[in-house]
Design a protein around this ligand. Structure first.
Ligand code: SF4
Ligand code: SF4
Length: 373
């Protein structure tokens, strides 16, 4: 018997990765290591056709992300198109590339929400981590423009070894910026973060201290700001309910039109993902082999298969099971019930002992040269 929720229920959200281009080079970026450049990206008309199909399919929220979505010259046109379809539009941005005029135009075009990333609570730390001088000052400016336009603002901060001591300061900072929500997300190790894990992993003590300090802020700022707190995976007891279940609620669109259940799904070898340049979105949602691979629970192994928590966390993350165990259908080893759970403590202890300075900044060009070689 399976606990499959209706696999043909429509997705409620679509993450549109408009481009992998970004002026920043965060070492924890979730973008893939092999990234296509501008010449491979979908055109304005191709994106609009996807948004049309998404609205018809039942999608309610479109998250415009990247890379840096403001690197697309047609961002305003795409936002206006989504607003015309009555889709709720959320711009996930580093702020770099936006101007006072473009923010006003986006708001006038119907943008509903802005999610602004910060790399640290200090200019020095933030500019170093993001690899972009003046980035922090720019974010302060952008936050002010968002407020002037009357748009709701969420601050997003990824926590790792280089800024873990400032996690609670970042909540204070978001309050001062007038944000309604902050997402404090301890690094999830995919993409560049997995590549740089040995330089990003905090010690257990550092993670637990930061976690407790942020939770203390939750009580302090009740009614002022909502805190979404993503726990540090490698120091958790149970895994996260990754994507709220594979292929259950949302889909990711890559800049090249591939439709994925999550941004890391292509790291699982052997899965077939379809492209919206060739196949209608509704068909992909219902029939793409990659989407159907881990829907329901028929694919599960023990201990997940007979576990009472399987409808809560869906056995954890398939990409993490693949990355750490080489088996995407295994129980996510973050889980204490996993027979391989001991590996997590080993990795965390080993990686948190490395120097933080040696990480590789994310770069499209560097990877291109490497892949062309
Ligand atoms: S994580 Fe950093 S490098 Fe990656 S898209 Fe966001 S701002 Fe750009
Ligand atoms: S055994 Fe599987 S389903 Fe149960 S808690 Fe662990 S990861 Fe979740």
């Amino acid at each position: 018997m399976t606990t499959n929720t209706n696999p043909l229920a429509p997705p409620s959200a679509l993450l549109a990765e408009l481009t992998y281009r970004c002026p920043l080079s965060c070492p924890y970026c979730s973008n893939p290591l092999q990234m296509g450049g501008r010449d491979t990206e979908m055109s304005t008309e191709e994106w609009k056709a996807i948004f049309d199909q998404a609205a018809a399919l039942g999608v309610l929220h479109v998250h415009m992300s990247g890379g840096e979505p403001a690197a697309r010259r047609d961002l305003l046109e795409l936002v206006a198109h989504c607003a015309g379809l009555e889709l709720y539009t959320n711009l996930i941005t580093s702020g770099v590339g936006l101007t006072r005029a473009s923010m006003a135009a986006l708001a006038a075009a119907g943008l509903d929400h802005v999610q602004l990333s910060i790399q640290d609570s200090t200019a020095e730390g933030a500019d170093w981590i993001g690899g972009y001088e003046g980035g922090f000052a720019k974010k302060l400016e952008v936050a002010g423009w968002v407020a002037e336009e009357g748009l709701p603002l969420t601050i997003n901060a990824v926590i790792h070894r280089a800024n873990v001591a400032h996690a609670a300061d970042m909540v204070d900072f978001a309050v001062r910026l007038g944000a309604r929500r902050i997402e404090i997300a301890h690094t999830q190790y995919y993409g560049w973060a997995l590549h740089n894990r040995a330089h990003l992993m905090p010690t257990r003590e550092q993670s637990e201290k930061a976690y407790a300090e942020v939770e203390e802020r939750r009580a302090r700022y009740r009614g002022q700001i909502v805190i979404d707190h993503v726990a540090p995976d490698y120091h958790a007891k149970y895994p996260k309910a990754c994507m709220s279940g594979w292929g259950r609620l949302s889909m990711n669109v890559t800049p090249q039109g591939k439709i994925l259940p999550c941004h890391a799904a292509e790291t699982i070898p052997g899965l077939e993902f379809w492209n919206a340049r060739e196949i209608p979105l509704a068909d992909i949602w219902a029939n793409s082999p990659g989407f159907n691979a881990y829907r329901g629970d028929d694919w599960m192994q023990e201990p997940c298969r007979s576990c009472e928590r399987k409808t809560e966390d869906f056995g954890g993350c398939r990409c993490q099971a693949m990355a750490l165990l080489g088996d995407a259908s295994a129980c996510d080893p973050i889980c204490v019930k996993s027979p391989r759970h001991g590996l997590i403590a080993e990795i965390a202890a080993r990686d948190s002992a490395e120097k933080v300075e040696g990480f590789t900044p994310r770069r499209i060009e560097r990877i291109r040269e490497k892949s062309d070689a």
